[in-house]
Design a protein around this ligand. Structure first.
Ligand code: NDP
Length: 245
C-alpha cells in the first residue's frame, strides 16, 4: 500500500519487538515511514532496526517507566525530527480468574495497557501536535466491548482505553486524529505469558481455532493512518476479527 503521501512521516510504535507492533513496523517502513521501535527487549528491536535499515531506529523503553519514554521522545525529536504517528500497541494479557493470587498480574495489566498508553501519549503529544497533523492509534481489543470470565482486568484495561480514546478524539481534533483498533484473536506471543493452566489451555484452543495474523492488523493500521486528513475517522470503529462474537 505504498503511497507518496506517507513518505517522510515518522511513526513511533510501542511494543515493536513482536507480534502486531513488529508487523506494523515492517509495513510502515515499506510504505515510506521512518519508524521508532520501542520495547524492553533491546536485542529484538535492534535486530529489527538493522533489518529495516535507515528507516528505523531502536529505542529500549518501558511504558511503565516515564523517564524512559521521555528519553525516547527526545531521541525521536533529535534523530527523526519528531513523531507524526504514535501507535500505542504495548500490552499484556495475563488472563486468570480474579483473585488475590493475581495481584501482580492485575497491576501489570493496568500499568502497561492503560497507564502505559496514557503516559506515552502525554509525553509525545507536543510532537504529534507540532507535526501539523498527528495520528494517535490505540490498540484496544474486542475485549474492550465483550467481557468473559477470566478476563475481567484485561477487559477493564481495554474498556478504559476505549473511553479515554473517545474523549481524546473529541478533545484533540483537528490537530491529532485518534483511532481505535479492536482486534479479535491474533496469533502472536500475547498468550505465551498466561500462567494460569486452565485459562491458558482454553485460550490457546480458542486462538488455534480462530486467530487472524499480525499482518492483518498491521494492514488495518496502515490503511487508517493513510486516509486523507479531511477524514477525521469520527465514526469509524475498526474491528478486525476471525471470531463470531
Ligand atoms: P505480543 O506479546 O506479541 O506483543 C506485545 C508487545 O508489548 C511486545 O512487543 C512487548 O515488548 C510489549 N510490552 C509489554 N510490556 C511492555 C512494557 N512494560 N513496556 C514496553 N513494551 C511492553 O502481543 P500482540 O502483538 O498481540 O499485542 C499487541 C497489542 O495488541 C496489545 O495491546 C494487545 O492487548 C493487543 N491485542 C492483541 C490481540 C491478540 O489476540 N494478539 C487481540 C486484541 C488486541 P517487550 O516485552 O520487548 O517490552
Amino acid at each position: 500500500m505504498s503511497t507518496d503521501q506517507n513518505t517522510g512521516r515518522v511513526a513511533v510504535i510501542t511494543g515493536a519487538s513482536s507480534g502486531i507492533g513488529e508487523a506494523t513496523a515492517r509495513l510502515l517502513v515499506a510504505d515510506g515511514y521512518r519508524v521508532a521501535l520501542l520495547a524492553r527487549r533491546a536485542d529484538r528491536i535492534q535486530a529489527l532496526a538493522d533489518e529495516l535499515g535507515d528507516g528505523a531506529i531502536a529505542i529500549e523503553a518501558d511504558v511503565t517507566d516515564r523517564d524512559s519514554i521521555v528519553a525516547a521522545a527526545e531521541r525521536v525529536q533529535q534523530e527523526l525530527g519528531g513523531a507524526d504517528v504514535l501507535v500505542n500497541n504495548a500490552g499484556v494479557m495475563l488472563l486468570a480468574p480474579f483473585s488475590s493470587d493475581q495481584q501482580t498480574e492485575i497491576r501489570q495489566m493496568i500499568e502497561v495497557n492503560l497507564l502505559g498508553a496514557m503516559t506515552t501519549t502525554e509525553v509525545f503529544l507536543d510532537e504529534l501536535r507540532e507535526g501539523g497533523g498527528g495520528d494517535l492509534v490505540n490498540l484496544s481489543s474486542v475485549a474492550g466491548r465483550t467481557a468473559r470470565p477470566g478476563s475481567a482486568v484485561y477487559n477493564a484495561t481495554k474498556w478504559g482505553l476505549n473511553g479515554w480514546s473517545e474523549a481524546l478524539r473529541q478533545e484533540l481534533q483537528p490537530d491529532v486524529r485518534v483511532m481505535v483498533i479492536e482486534p479479535g484473536a491474533v496469533a502472536t506471543e500475547l498468550t505465551d505469558h498466561i500462567t494460569h493452566p486452565d485459562t491458558k489451555q482454553a485460550v490457546e484452543q480458542m486462538y488455534d481455532a480462530m486467530s487472524i495474523t499480525a499482518q492483518d492488523i498491521a494492514e488495518v493500521i496502515a490503511f487508517a493512518i493513510s486516509r486523507p486528513r479531511r477524514m477525521t475517522l469520527n465514526e469509524i470503529l475498526i474491528r478486525p476479527t476471525g471470531q463470531t462474537l
